[in-house]
Write a new protein. Structure first.
Length: 436
């Protein structure tokens, strides 16, 4: 009798088994692969298969995986020192990075910015709230439906998406209120959203008790919903009228993702505080809170900081990222990518009735999938199948949206033509396979 040979277990499969045994299930696994190396917009798994990366570490890698200039800056800093704690012994890279961000981020006429650094986006939004409350001496904070601002207690409290971020984790921080976000495709106009905010003022919190309104210029986890410029301008006027601070959350939309350095530039609105993270560090954990100097100086000495906040290796990486943007004209590359991406996704919209809407801003675009265009009923199942079919062929995609039915594109802005065309070809094939 001939023995049946079992197929050898792959390295990915072996690591998946270890992961299941040693890592909590709450840490989701969007793909069943493990990275061995990566460069640009390409990633190779531990079994040697190449993938085109259209997820970019969830918007972290706008300048690509392992950019040589960023790697060189990291290596140089590693040879000098890795940590002192900035509050104990300071270092120049922190100051130089703050100087650059202060000059880049919009600020009200006649004012200047100040910046300080933490490690994650959630820390950035958390600290922005602390600063706003310290400056205004008010408790109330308003955020928006569909928003995402982090996984800390305050981050979850600000977030306007229940599953999976908030379920079973309450009670949440008090004095946080939710207003409607304008999403025309789902029947919420700018007027509807502004009326909803006015209703909130009349029924839940007086504007005199609101310290800040925090908003993503393009919602990330919520579905890549861009805030209309008219809404952003009206919001700015409301904040100015009532002495409320305008907090601009650019954690996913910043650093060129929308073909401008910061998404808020599309509306011409000037924020009071801006939160950045993700692509600022080129893959290293770093986040920043930048705002008008008098606002940023409100907390007392010792009220801000953190042991690893503004780590010198991460600051060196961030300075290199900004050099790459300038020297390699990354914003121009982002404009070309935005045009190409819109063409490709609009083509899918024309071909498949399951595509309800293609939306976004610049190179921050998503495809929302629906059961049919009339009812607009979410089709998360097809989104999941498309991501799986794409992964099988060598393309990494991730979803977003309140119902997990939108596929978002966060490919590095400086991806090569070959990487883009390979990725788009796989994307087309994945749609064809699911909608056959």
């Amino acid at each position: 009798m001939t023995a049946i040979l079992e197929k050898p277990i792959t390295k990915n499969q072996a690591l998946l088994e270890l992961r299941a045994a040693h890592v909590p299930r709450g840490v989701s696994a969007l793909t069943p692969i493990f990275a061995a190396r990566a460069s640009g917009a390409s990633l190779w798994d531990v079994d040697g298969k190449r993938f085109i990366d259209f997820a970019g570490g969830i918007g972290v890698l706008n300048t690509g995986h392992s950019h040589p200039k960023v790697v060189a800056a990291i290596q140089k800093q590693l040879e000098a020192f890795t940590h002192t704690c900035f509050q104990v012994v300071a270092y120049e890279s922190y100051i130089r990075l703050a100087e650059k961000l202060n000059a880049m981020i919009p600020v009200a006429a006649g004012h200047q910015n100040k910046s300080f650094f933490v490690s994650t986006g959630a820390e950035a939004t958390e600290n922005a709230i602390k600063i706003a409350r310290a400056f205004t001496n008010r408790p109330g904070i308003i955020s928006f439906d569909n928003s995402f601002h982090g996984r800390t207690l305050m981050g979850m409290s600000l977030t306007g998406k229940q599953k999976p971020y908030k379920q079973n984790f309450g009670p949440f921080a008090p004095e946080v209120y939710k207003a409607p976000f304008p999403i025309p495709y789902h029947g919420i106009s700018t007027k509807d959203a502004l009326d909803g905010l006015e209703h909130l003022f009349n029924t839940q919190v007086d504007p005199s008790q609101v310290a800040a309104i925090i908003i993503e210029p393009v919602q990330g986890e919520g579905g890549f919903n861009p805030a209309p410029a008219s809404f952003m301008r009206s919001l700015r006027n409301i904040c100015t009228k009532h002495g409320i601070l305008f907090i601009n959350d650019e954690i996913q939309s910043g650093f060129g993702r929308t073909a401008k350095m910061f998404a808020i530039e599309h509306s011409g609105v000037t924020p009071d505080i801006t939160c950045t993270a993700k692509s600022i560090g080129g893959g290293l954990p770093l986040a920043a809170i930048t705002g008008r100097a008098d606002i940023m100086d409100a907390p007392h000495p010792g009220g801000l900081g953190g042991t690893y906040a503004g780590n010198p290796v991460a600051c060196a990486a961030a300075l290199a990222v900004l050099e790459v943007f300038e020297e390699e004209h990354v914003l121009e590359q982002a404009e070309h990518l935005a045009t190409r991406l819109e063409q490709e996704l609009k083509s899918l919209e024309q071909q498949y009735i399951g595509v309800g809407e293609v939306r976004g801003l610049g190179a921050m675009m998503a495809i929302e999938l629906v059961k049919d265009r009339e009812s607009k009923k979410p089709d998360a199942d097809s989104a999941t199948k498309i991501c799986a079919a794409a992964l099988e062929q060598g393309l990494i995609l991730i979803k977003c949206g309140m119902h997990g039915n939108a596929i978002r594109i966060l490919v590095p802005l400086n991806a090569t033509q070959e990487e883009l065309e390979t990725g788009f070809n796989i994307l087309r094939n994945a749609f064809a396979a699911v909608y056959k």
